[in-house]
Design a binder for this molecule. Sequence first.
Ligand code: SAH
Length: 217
Amino acid sequence: MQDWRSAARDMVESQLIPRNIRNEEVLKVMASLPRHLFVPFRYAEDAYIDRPLPIGGRQTISQPYMVAKMTELLEAEKGMKVLEIGTGSGYQSAVLASMGLDVWSVERVDLLAKRAQKLLSDMGFGVKVFHGDGRLGWAEAAPFDRVIVTAASERVEPAWEDQLAPGGRLVVPQDVMTGGQRLLVRRKGDAGYSDTWYDYCRFVPLLEGKGDKGAPL
Ligand code: SAH
């Protein structure tokens, strides 16, 4: 396999910069994170390609561009508290933590939550992972400056809005009538919420409940 550091740099140069990812911090972090550690061993060689990849339980690690785009849209500043819905492999959490953010992440598949928590702790990240239904957010840890949802959602759940601090923003791939989703940024301002729509995309669906008896891994 190509040295992972050069694979990560190539990923940034060929997939992110040409598609207008401009946030220097995002580019720097993604060029220096070992993405191959977040995918099953048999996919390690493919970890840096322009695709989502299976991580077990019919779930996926998002495509590098999507991770970069959503992170950029968060417009988070160091030290901010971020709620992530859908920990999955833990890669998105690691990107956020590497940017100096305080990450709280909820995952419905118990085994994925455990695996991600272990990997992130072993790598020295202080990310907190909770096994639960992300549609309810993480009330005990609220408020959050930012919320990032990494599964396709039919709507913005009331809990996410409630747990968002004033002036905060939320990024979610929301289902659209034409099929698939579109990235929605919702800001919580003094005069109410304001929305902006970005890229069309395709995420795995946000599912109901805790998923203890979910698909085999
Ligand atoms: N951020 C992840 C991508 C995850 S894919 C990464 O970087 O790898 C979406 C994840 O959302 C899956 O792991 C799926 O199990 C999880 N998910 C789906 N419905 C959920 C829910 N209601 N609550 C929490 N997590 C959920």
